[in-house]
Design a protein around this ligand. Structure first.
Ligand code: IMP
Length: 170
């Protein structure tokens, strides 16, 4: 059975265009270096960079996630590091969802130590009621309730990432 639609494709597209404008206005340079957090943010990044006109580069990082369940173990592990140096670059982390905040807190901490000129974070989704750690996210697509969402990059046991919308299991 397919998940129910929570955020339809058209609303995602509209909001992502707005986010691009917000990012452009905030980053004080015409070169933005995106660091996409795999795997969940791959579609968000793909759509975001395609509505940006400025000079854009991108890199990818992967951290351990939920495995096959729906709850975080609270433990974050670096699975794949970025390829290029972040030194002196205006970096925007691109993440699918901020839930407890533990993953982003860890990522911001390690990336900040690489000497970027600036470091900001864009998250497609945020579940503020689940936050365990205070983490700064400059750009948020949608704030949602505490429901497990799938689609548009997000998975349940590696399934549903290809859905063009954000959905919830019925
Ligand atoms: P956090 O460390 O608890 O903030 O969790 C962040 C990561 O958990 C995200 O990057 C997702 O991979 C995963 N995650 C959190 N909530 C959901 C959800 O509702 N659906 C799918 N993955 C989720």
């Amino acid at each position: 059975m397919l998940p129910d639609v929570l955020i339809p494709q058209a609303r995602l597209a509209t909001r992502i265009t707005e986010l691009a404008t917000e990012i452009r206005a905030a980053v004080p340079d015409d070169h933005i270096h995106f660091v996409c957090v795999l795997k969940g943010a791959f579609l968000f990044l793909a759509d975001l960079v395609r509505v940006m006109d400025e000079r854009v580069t991108m890199d990818f990082i992967a951290v351990s996630s939920y495995g096959a369940g729906t709850r975080s173990s609270g433990e974050v592990r670096l699975v794949k590091d970025v390829d290029a140096s972040l030194e002196g670059r205006h970096v925007v982390i691109v993440e699918d969802i901020v839930d407890t905040g533990l993953t982003l807190h860890y990522l911001q901490d390690i990336l900040r130590r690489r000497g970027p000129a600036s470091l900001r974070t864009a998250c497609l989704l945020s579940k503020p009621s689940r936050r365990k750690i205070d983490v700064r996210v400059e750009f948020i697509g949608f704030t949602i309730e505490d429901r497990f969402v799938v689609g548009y990059g997000l998975d349940y046991a590696e399934q549903y990432r290809n859905l063009p919308y954000v959905g919830v299991m019925p």
